[in-house]
Design a protein around this ligand. Structure first.
Ligand code: NAP
Length: 276
């Protein structure tokens, strides 16, 4: 895979605005998007959803094989990215601008999670969690937003969490990073309110991905509980995990023209968990 190398068309040969060849509506026709951590889990579904809605999509992450697979499925760009590296963030945005002339939609999805008692939370875990979940999104947004502001249209969508909206035990670094991410989006929504660029967070409850599987394994190991017992504590009030496609569908809408008046919001996709 070459950096910014097209896994498929990057030539503007998109279906006519409105409907695609199958008659589906394509509200993101002509838009370009980059999804961080797009190689698996929620990011993968977001990349696929944006592409289905007509956007040209760059799939970015550290796992080159996973990124290339999703990029091929999207007919998009595979981009090598480590969000903890400033140069890598700038290069990822530059790869989109080189391929398409601009980047319209940034989805800050890359994230890490871990759990421990607060008194056992070490500096390394704290620093890494903040570096990926918060500083990574800050750097990607700073790299991408200049062009959006110049053109007077853009979307920055950050995948936060219910942990960006409320406190949870044993995940202090994660909760702090996701509260920071929600705050970052709100600050930018206020700063650039009249710019045509919007900044929003999407806040899922536990989603059916590898990250949640790791949480289940961790809690089982620490507590001796069965998988079913652990899962019962993680599911939403609807009695199930959130599906990645459900998070992706919200992102696809937020990326569209019709979502232009939604700005500075933190949208819960949590089966009603935080509903008072
Ligand atoms: P996942 O399956 O573990 O995927 C995490 C993604 O982040 C991977 O694609 C990974 O790609 C990428 N990533 C991690 N560190 C990175 C780095 N330094 N640079 C670039 N990419 C990096 O997790 P997920 O469940 O899909 O979670 C996606 C997002 O949703 C995260 O921000 C997470 O906090 C949030 N979220 C998840 C849940 C849940 O229950 N799963 C709930 C609420 C919010 P590489 O390893 O290839 O780099």
């Amino acid at each position: 895979m070459r950096e910014g190398g097209a896994a498929g068309a990057g030539d503007g040969s998109l279906p006519a605005a409105g409907d695609d060849a199958t008659g589906r509506s394509s509200p993101l026709h002509g838009r370009t998007a980059l999804v961080t951590g797009g190689g698996r889990g929620i990011g993968r579904e977001i990349a696929l959803a944006l592409a289905r809605d007509g956007a040209r999509v760059a799939v970015a992450g550290r796992d080159r094989v996973a990124v290339a697979e999703v990029a091929a499925a999207c007919d998009g760009l595979a981009v090598s990215l480590d969000v903890t590296d400033e140069d890598s963030c700038r290069a990822a945005v530059a790869a989109c601008e080189r391929a398409w002339g601009r980047l319209d939609v940034l989805v800050n999805n890359a994230g890490v999670a871990g759990s421990s008692k607060f008194t056992q939370l070490d500096d390394e875990t704290w620093d890494r969690t903040l570096a990926v979940n918060l500083t990574g999104a800050f750097r990607m947004t700073r790299a991408a937003v200049g062009g959006m502001l110049e053109r007077g249209w853009g979307r920055v969508i950050s995948i936060a969490s219910v942990a960006g909206r409320a406190g949870y035990p044993y995940v202090a670094a994660y909760v702090a990073s996701k509260h920071g991410l929600v705050g970052l989006m709100r600050a930018l929504a206020a700063e650039y309110a009249r710019s045509g660029v919007t900044f929003n967070s999407v806040c899922p409850g536990y989603v059916d991905t590898a990250m949640t599987e790791a949480t289940i394994d961790n809690v089982m190991r620490r507590t001796g509980r069965s998988r079913e017992q652990v899962l019962e504590r993680l599911v939403t009030p609807q009695g199930r995990l959130v599906r990645p496609e459900e998070v992706a569908a919200v992102c696809a809408f937020l990326a569209s023209d019709l979502a232009g008046a939604i700005n500075g919001q933190a949208i819960d996709v949590d089966g009603g968990e935080l509903f008072p």
